[in-house]
Structure formats: C-alpha cells, structure tokens
Ligand binder design. Structure first.
Ligand SMILES: Cc1cc2nc3c(=O)[nH]c(=O)nc-3n(C[C@H](O)[C@H](O)[C@H](O)COP(=O)(O)OP(=O)(O)OC[C@H]3O[C@@H](n4cnc5c(N)ncnc54)[C@H](O)[C@@H]3O)c2cc1C
Length: 226
C-alpha cells in the first residue's frame, strides 16, 4: 500500500495491501482504459452508466448526448466514476481462492458541466486526439447543432483510490499438495485490422493515427519477478 487515502470513504478496507493512492498509479489506469462507469443516484435509485472518459491533467472528463438522462442527472450531482482493466484469471486449487488480476480506479466527486462552447470543442478534440493523435484535424468540424447536442462533464481527481492485483494464486498451504493445476490465464485487449467503410471515396488513404492505433497493453504477472 502506498501514500494515504484522500478520504476515509476512499480508504480500501478489504485486501488493503492491493490499494494505492499514488496519483501516478491512478492516472496510469485512467490513461490505459477509456471505458469507465459513472454511478449516480436519481430519484433515490442508483444508476451506473458505461461511457468513455479521458484525463486532462488533474481532471477527468466524459461526454454524451445533452438529452441523456445519465448526463442530465450527473450535472452538479455527486458521482462515482470507475475504470477497470482485467489482466488475468487467477486459477487456484480451491474455488474460494480463484481470483482475477486487475487494475482499477475509483474517483468520487461533483460533476461540473463545461458551459463554454469553445472549451467544450477543445476538450472533445483532446478526447479524440488522445486516442487517435491528429484525428480531430482530419475530420469535419462540429456544427452548431452537434455542439448543442453534446454535453461535456468533468470533475477534479481529488478523492480517489486504486486497487491492483498482479500475482499468481494464493492457496491454503495444505492445498499445494493437491494434484490440481493452478496459475494465471493472462487477458489482453487486442485491436483488429481496421475495416474500411465501403462508402469511402476512392484514393482516400487510411491515416496513420488509425493504422497505428493500439490499446494499452495489460500488465501481466511474471512469476520470475515474485
Ligand atoms: C475486474 C474486477 C473484478 C473483480 N471481481 C471481484 C469479485 O468477483 N469478488 C470480489 O470480492 N471482488 C472483486 N473485485 C474487487 C472489488 O472491486 C472490490 O475491491 C472488493 O470486492 C472489495 O469491495 P468492498 O466494497 O468490500 O471494498 P472496501 O475496501 O470496503 O471499499 C472502501 C473503498 O475502497 C475503495 N475501493 C474498493 N475497491 C476498489 C477497487 N476495486 N478499485 C479502486 N478502489 C476501490 C473505494 O474508494 C471504496 O469506497 C474485482 C475487481 C475488478 C477490477
């Protein structure tokens, strides 16, 4: 465990040795996996919406349709945003000790809406260029209707926690004598060959930012390092 939890409610209690409150560790998780889940309470009921996030310095951003219930409810509301990377299935000698290797981050805060239109477009360009460097300059700029239809939310990364498991099975001592295979099945997120739209104009080349696109690699358990 490293650093101190920013608040009591983000202090990891279960399996706390896997916790980290280092900013760099949290940022690395956010930067590795754009898919996040944003949780909020509406009319007394919790909702958790999967969406994309991106980080700019010490803030996390997400966006969506201005008509979205999730975005309207999250505006100025308290939210919980999580990002998880699945790195492996941990196969143990008992069901109880089966586990997963993962990196996950949880951020609590109050969602703020980006009202300024120019700032909104700039943030959206940063989002797209973060995944596909230079793509925002290659595509048609947003029109007035699209800007109106898109809401961008953000919150400071102040109250957060991260949890990381990256090791083999941990079995009960007596179970190591059992003739049962144990170990880790690594999980990688891979990207396939881009498939061109049949309506692409002739002679339009695939840009480098699409050809070179890769997801961040999983952190894999290396028994030699244990
Ligand atoms: C892909 C994946 C699969 C998982 N599968 C399982 C499973 O099947 N069973 C299981 O028991 N656990 C699983 N976990 C771990 C799970 O996310 C919780 O850490 C664990 O269940 C402890 O929950 P708790 O509410 O008791 O945590 P507590 O320690 O009581 O939570 C207190 C605070 O710790 C922080 N915290 C807790 N968990 C996390 C986390 N994962 N990431 C960042 N901050 C966290 C939060 O700020 C939270 O408010 C999985 C995690 C991932 C990423």
């Amino acid at each position: 465990m490293t650093a101190k939890a920013p608040s009591e409610r983000t202090r990891v209690k279960r399996a706390f040795v896997r916790a980290t409150y280092e900013r760099d560790a949290v940022y690395a998780i956010l930067d590795a996996q754009p898919l996040c889940h944003v949780g909020y309470v509406k009319d007394g009921h919790p909702f958790v919406t999967p969406t994309f996030q991106w980080r700019e310095g010490d803030r996390v951003y997400w966006h969506g349709s201005s008509a979205s219930q999730a975005l309207r409810a999250a505006k100025s509301a308290r939210v919980c945003l999580t990002v998880s990377c699945l790195d492996g299935f941990v196969m143990a000698r008992s069901g109880f000790h089966h586990s997963v290797n993962y990196r996950s981050a949880m951020i609590l805060g109050e969602a703020e809406i980006v009202e300024d239109e120019a700032a909104k477009v700039k943030h959206l360009d940063t989002f797209i260029d973060g995944l596909f460097p230079g793509q925002s300059g290659l595509i048609r700029p947003m029109n007035t209707q699209e800007k109106k239809a898109t809401t961008v939310l953000s919150m400071p990364i102040e109250e957060y926690s991260a949890k990381i498991r990256g090791e083999g099975p941990i079995d009960d001592e007596e179970d190591y004598a059992l003739p049962i295979w144990a170990g880790v099945i690594p999980v990688h997120q891979t990207v396939g060959e881009p498939i061109p739209d049949p309506r692409n104009l002739p002679d339009v080349e695939m840009p480098d930012c699409i050809r070179d696109f890769r997801m961040a690699q999983a952190q894999q358990w290396d028994p030699a390092k244990d």
